[in-house]
Design a protein around this ligand. Structure first.
Ligand code: PLP
Length: 287
């Protein structure tokens, strides 16, 4: 397996970064996760735009132009002979000294990894997962924007651990007002009486690229879809619940805080969107 590190491809065993890298010391950097389906890099432009937006927001210089980075990503997939894969693009502030000040880091570092990834076992994709709302809250958007995909994912890791402790598969993250925002690394949708709802991103959710693809698919299929705030109660009484994200893809939720959702099986609209999603991912992107 070949990893793009800095300015060249290196073998996986040799892909190591400095202990002085501020990505490691402080989580100072940004990242993207991108999927490849049948040799097609899904929504590459959207991911590149979001990566550069994240970098712009934290005043981090990406050491390549978008066109160059696009080529590096395509080359990484090809060099590893991958037809279907998950790509992780990381830009860290690079090596500096032990102080926080990024002015001492003059060489931001690019890493591109491409490999197979299945977030959950296949049975869970068929059966659906269980989620639980957790004590940790999504950080406030006015303090640190959830739109920045920074290397500092401690908040998301904590909610995942809290969910693990209760014995379920994934966390349901609320904001400081108690509105449902998203999962640990995925967006949430609920369906009630045929209408699909997802939280507006201003509540404190990442504007997921899979989320947007599902919104487009739902509209194209004639479903009514609304971005509006909802609480845990609305999730408990929903007819269907599902999560979306690049890593998780689309997965049904069949239990929330011990409440079985409808009959405890993935619902028809979820299955319909999932099928459609599987169809478009192989055609909608960079070949
Ligand atoms: N929410 C968070 C916090 C994430 O890290 C991710 C993963 O990227 C998502 C949602 C899903 O976004 P996307 O569909 O763009 O992968």
């Amino acid at each position: 397996q070949w990893i793009f590190l800095g300015d060249q491809f290196v073998k996986k065993e040799d892909a190591v970064v400095s202990v002085y890298d501020h990505g490691f010391l402080y989580g100072d950097g940004v990242f993207e996760g991108i999927r490849v389906y049948n040799g097609n890099i899904f929504k590459l432009d959207e991911h590149l735009n979001r990566l550069y937006d994240s970098a712009q927001s934290i005043m981090l210089r990406v050491p390549y132009t978008k066109e160059e980075l696009q080529q590096i990503i395509v080359d990484t997939v090809r060099k590893n002979n991958l037809d279907s894969a998950y790509i992780r693009v990381v830009v860290s502030r690079g090596p500096g000294n032990l102080g926080l000040d990024p002015r001492h880091c003059s060489n931001p570092r690019l890493i591109v990894i491409a490999e197979q990834l299945a977030l959950y076992p296949k049975e869970l994709y068929e059966r659906g997962i269980r989620v639980a709302s957790v004590p940790s809250r999504r950080n406030r958007p006015d303090v640190l924007s959830p739109q920045i995909k920074s290397l500092n994912y401690l908040n998301n890791i904590l909610v995942k651990m809290e969910a693990n402790l209760t014995g379920v598969d994934e966390a349901l993250m609320l904001n400081d007002q108690g509105y449902v925002t998203e999962g640990s690394a995925d967006n949430i949708f609920i369906i009630k009486n045929g209408t699909i709802y997802t939280p507006p991103v201003y509540l404190g959710a990442l504007e997921g690229i899979t989320r947007n693809a599902i919104i487009d698919l739902a509209k194209a299929n004639g479903y009514e879809i609304k971005e509006s705030p909802f609480t845990r109660h609305d999730v408990y009484i929903a007819d269907e619940v599902f999560l979306t994200g690049t890593a998780v893809e689309v997965i049904a939720v069949i239990d929330v805080d011990g409440r079985k959702i409808a009959n405890g099986k993935p619902g028809p609209i979820t299955n319909h969107l999932l099928e459609d999603f599987r169809r478009i991912v192989t055609i909608d992107g960079v070949q």
